[in-house]
Each structure stands twice: as structure tokens, then as C-alpha cells.
Ligand binder design. Structure first.
Ligand code: ARG
Length: 278
């Protein structure tokens, strides 16, 4: 693999504190309503993630948490933006549907000359199922379907955002969102766990990203693919040690954060962080 120097790019993120975080329903295989969540610990761990991003020079906006929306901490699911166009979310499960309104209100409060919000017709869970690679093939969107986002939303996203959208079928319920199985490491390269995808989707990924960092099942189960990268620093949870070795070998700088509580809801670093792309 060619080892160019990995340069960070300053980012703007959106996060939502887990003040009301609980596991009171189960909509993915990781959620167990019989195991209590330590909400105070969740807030503490989440805050360390936030300060880690700020200390790396990034801007983090905050979304006000809403009582009764325990999954709101997974801010990645609320929208997907490219070049100031914001494609809103429409959640699969009714328990989360009101989160889309909170995200819509956030974007409506931004400078409307720079941000254009588009309400979706089709079910899609924002950056949970969409990733953007600005430097790959002139700007490419990768999109997952099979558990949450409808394939029709991929075509809708392409119309709204004006970038080619590559549809990838997810086949393993443990990796129900694209961001549990694949992540952008920088503007042009990705890391992914091949077996989370259909054989055809695996072929598509191998064709488009011959230099991808390949992860294995243990990496994915440790939520090692649910990472946030600024192009150099790769923020991933402490459990994902083998994944950290893989990204280090590829020239990136892994930064660990402990997010044990958020894993109980079926998410980790990336789920908790939405990127705003002006
Ligand atoms: N409990 C949430 C759900 O099942 C977790 C969402 C995780 N978010 C993500 N971007 N993968 O919807």
C-alpha cells in the first residue's frame, strides 16, 4: 500500500449528550432491555469523546437532548450532508421518528444561505447508512441497505446531493447500519468488514477501493469500524485494539476512547458523531 503522509482536515461535527440514554426497547441485536445502563457513565464517556474531537481542532455543535428519545445520542442518524445540501432522515422505527424533527430544527437554525435542508420521502437513517468520500472517483457516496435505509432512499439521495450513490447490501443483522461495517479513513479511502456485505457488494467495494484496509469479524464486533477519522487521527473505542493496529499499519494515528455504555444501544464513536459538510 502506498504510504503518503496522512493529513488531517478540520471538521465540523454534531453531537447530542446522552442525558436521557436508556435501553428501553430493542431494535438491533445489541440492545438488551434487561441490562441496566449507567447514564451518568454514558455522559462521562461521551464527553471525553467530545473533548477529544475538540482537542484535535474540530468544531463540535451540540443538539439538545429530548426526554423520551433515548437513542438521540446516536446523532449520526439524523441527516446526511454534502456541500451544504442536507438530506434529512426518516427513521425506520417509530421509537426514533421524532429525532428527525430535532435534527431538522438544528439545520433550520443554521445560515440558510449556506445550508439547504431537504425533507426525505423514503426511510433513511442519515450517516448511519451513508458515507461520503470527496476524493474518491470525483466524490462518491456509499450507501447501505438491508436493515434500515430503503434502497429508494439511495436514488433520492443521489437526486438531492448530485453525487453518484453506490448501493451496498448489508447481510448481517449484527451490522445493521453501514457505519457498523465500513468507515471513511480519509477523503479517498475506506476500511470495511467484507462479510457484512453481500458477495456482489463485496465485489463492488473491491473494485472501487483496491487499497481499502480490510477488517475482520472481531474488529466489527468490537465496533472497530464505527470510527471517526479526520484523515489522520482515527478515533475508535478502546475495545478495538486489533483495528487500531490495522489503521496504524496503514499510516493513520489511532486515538482510543472508552464508550462501553453506548455499545449497549448498538453503537460507538461514529454513531455518536454526525459530520456537517458545508
Ligand atoms: N439503538 C440505535 C438504533 O438501533 C443505535 C443507532 C446506532 N447508530 C449508528 N449510526 N449506527 O437505531
Amino acid at each position: 500500500m502506498s504510504q503518503r503522509e496522512r493529513m488531517p482536515r478540520v471538521r465540523t461535527y454534531l453531537m447530542c449528550p446522552p442525558e436521557h440514554f436508556t435501553v428501553e426497547y430493542a431494535i438491533n441485536p445489541w440492545m438488551d432491555t434487561t441490562v441496566p445502563v449507567d447514564a451518568a457513565l454514558a455522559v462521562k464517556q461521551w464527553d471525553l469523546l467530545r473533548t477529544t474531537l475538540v482537542d484535535l481542532g474540530h468544531t463540535v455543535h451540540l443538539l439538545d437532548p429530548v426526554a423520551g428519545l433515548p437513542d438521540m445520542v446516536y446523532a449520526a442518524n439524523g441527516a446526511f450532508s454534502v456541500d451544504g445540501q442536507v438530506y434529512g432522515a426518516r427513521f425506520r422505527y417509530p421509537q426514533r421518528s421524532a429525532e428527525a424533527d430535532a435534527h431538522r430544527a438544528f439545520y433550520a437554525g443554521l445560515d440558510q444561505n449556506s445550508w439547504q435542508l431537504v425533507a426525505p420521502e423514503h426511510v433513511n437513517e442519515g450517516e448511519g447508512d451513508f458515507a461520503y468520500l470527496p476524493g474518491a472517483h470525483g466524490g462518491l457516496i456509499l450507501a447501505g441497505y438491508g436493515f434500515r435505509t430503503e434502497p429508494a432512499a439511495h436514488a433520492e439521495a443521489q437526486e438531492v446531493l448530485g453525487r453518484p450513490v453506490i448501493s451496498l447490501r448489508l447481510v448481517d443483522p449484527a451490522f445493521y447500519h453501514l457505519d457498523t461495517a465500513l468507515a471513511a479513513l480519509d477523503d479517498h479511502n475506506i476500511t470495511y468488514y467484507p462479510d457484512a456485505f453481500s458477495p456482489s457488494a463485496q465485489r463492488v467495494l473491491a473494485q472501487l477501493f483496491p487499497e481499502a484496509v480490510l477488517a475482520d469479524r472481531a474488529d466489527a464486533e468490537a465496533f472497530g469500524l464505527n470510527l471517526v477519522s479526520d484523515g489522520r487521527h482515527v478515533i475508535l473505542n478502546t475495545e478495538a485494539t486489533a483495528m487500531a493496529d490495522k489503521v496504524r499499519a496503514a499510516g493513520y494515528a489511532p486515538v482510543h476512547v472508552e464508550l462501553s455504555e453506548l455499545k449497549r444501544g448498538g453503537g460507538s464513536v461514529k454513531c455518536a458523531v454526525a459530520e456537517l459538510r458545508p
